[in-house]
Design a protein around this ligand. Structure first.
Ligand code: PLP
Length: 384
């Protein structure tokens, strides 16, 4: 797809050429099982351990604290269920109102299974209410699970304060860092989280590959029964090509994190400023809170997000809005609802998410195409 302007990088990113190449080589030639004791198997094992070190280094962890999984959702399930399954009488989970469906729907299911779940709210800018979080912690709280950065608005939670609070109360903390890894610097040597979920396809690695950071001494149990891979936490033969791809991506983004993030932020800020000036009452959701450098979520009051999304798609611009429900229609965003935004803002909001592949020309193109479409759709809606 040469003629598209891809501004949907929080959905997934383009794999780096070096990732594709490394994976191809693994698939074609290095197909031995890393658990095999022969030299061929051990050479694959060695490569896998290098990938573990690359992923660990990206987040300031020890390689022994990285467990490979099949992506963010699986890491999250392992972190939360795996911890609750060894928590005995402690059956209280604390999370937030703006979590990704991977945490949200799991929390709903846990409620059905008799766990007590508290969802802590956010303010109008999407910041987690830390006072409320503190109040809600109990003696039987088994786990706090909150996101590091929000996938829809890019708002970054004050995870340092959450981690300090959790450590003070001796409560395990899981961070869903799927959107944060590779976009902001993370140093688990300083941030006392117990568990952290990572997904490769959000930082130019392959889909279906992820990792769970498990701090040394953390207590949790595998969700599946099988072989002894991944320190007994994730049985089954590892998806070696994808793991190698994730390692290559991790090293590449780590090397250019500081420069890459500021370049992406400049492009995002230019896009945001241009769109802000494009119509009256345009509102940047999450404005005022710390945000990921690549994300902007913008309300165009008077325009329906769905119509805008589809019209932009016809013009080759890929953005995103809310969450598609099973029928393919859009459901109002639970994130924007939790922020207390008015229906008019929620129904007219689109997310634009950039990456290091995003060019000046793409931003120019978006800025020349989007404002007239917004004006046209607003005029049509106004006449109805
Ligand atoms: N958590 C967050 C914040 C996400 O944005 C996503 C994916 O969009 C996930 C979890 C799920 O990750 P995966 O697609 O790797 O299962």
């Amino acid at each position: 797809m040469d003629d598209i302007v891809y501004l949907d990088n929080n959905a997934t990113t383009r794999p780096l050429d070096s990732v594709v190449e490394a994976m191809g080589l693994m698939l074609a030639g290095e197909y031995a099982n890393p658990s095999s004791l022969h030299r061929f198997g051990q050479s694959v094992r060695h490569r896998m351990e290098c990938a573990r070190a690359q992923v660990a280094s990206l987040v300031g962890a020890d390689p022994r604290e990285i467990v490979f999984t099949a992506g963010g959702t699986e890491s999250i399930n392992l972190a939360i269920r795996g911890t609750l399954s060894v928590s005995g009488n402690k059956r209280h989970l604390v999370t937030s109102t703006v979590e990704h469906s991977a945490v949200r729907n799991l929390a709903r299911q846990l409620r059905r299974e008799g766990y007590d779940v508290t969802e802590v709210g956010v303010d109008r800018s999407g910041r987690l209410d830390l006072d409320r979080l503190t109040e809600r912690l109990r003696d039987d709280t088994a786990l706090i699970s909150v996101m590091y950065a929000n996938n829809e608005t890019g708002v970054v939670f004050d995870v340092e304060s959450v981690a300090a609070l959790a450590a003070e109360r001796d409560i395990p903390l899981h961070l869903d860092a799927v959107q944060a890894v590779g976009k902001v610097g993370i140093d688990l040597a300083r941030l006392p989280a117990t568990l952290m979920s990572i997904s490769a396809h959000k930082f130019h690695g392959p889909k279906g590959a992820g990792a769970l950071y498990v701090r040394r001494g953390a207590r949790l149990r595998s969700l599946q029964y099988g072989g002894r891979q991944e320190r007994d936490l994730r049985p089954g033969t590892e998806n070696v090509p994808a793991i190698i791809g994730m390692g290559v991506a991790a090293e590449a983004v780590a090397n250019e994190l500081a420069d890459g993030a500021s370049r992406v932020a400049q492009l995002r800020d230019r896009l945001e400023a241009g769109l802000r000036g494009s119509a009256p009452r345009v509102h940047v959701n999450g404005h005022g809170a710390p945000r990921l450098p690549n994300t902007t979520n913008i309300a165009f009051p008077g325009v329906r997000a769905e119509a805008l999304l589809l019209t932009l798609s016809e013009h080759g611009i890929c953005a995103s809005s809310g969450a598609a429900c099973s029928s393919g229609a859009l459901e109002p965003s639970h994130v924007l609802q939790a922020m207390g935004l008015e229906a008019e803002l929620i129904d007219s909001s689109l997310r634009f998410s950039l990456s290091s592949f995003t060019t000046d020309e793409e931003v120019d193109c978006a800025l020349s195409v989007i404002p007239p479409i917004v004006a046209r759709l607003a005029a049509i809606a106004g006449n109805q």
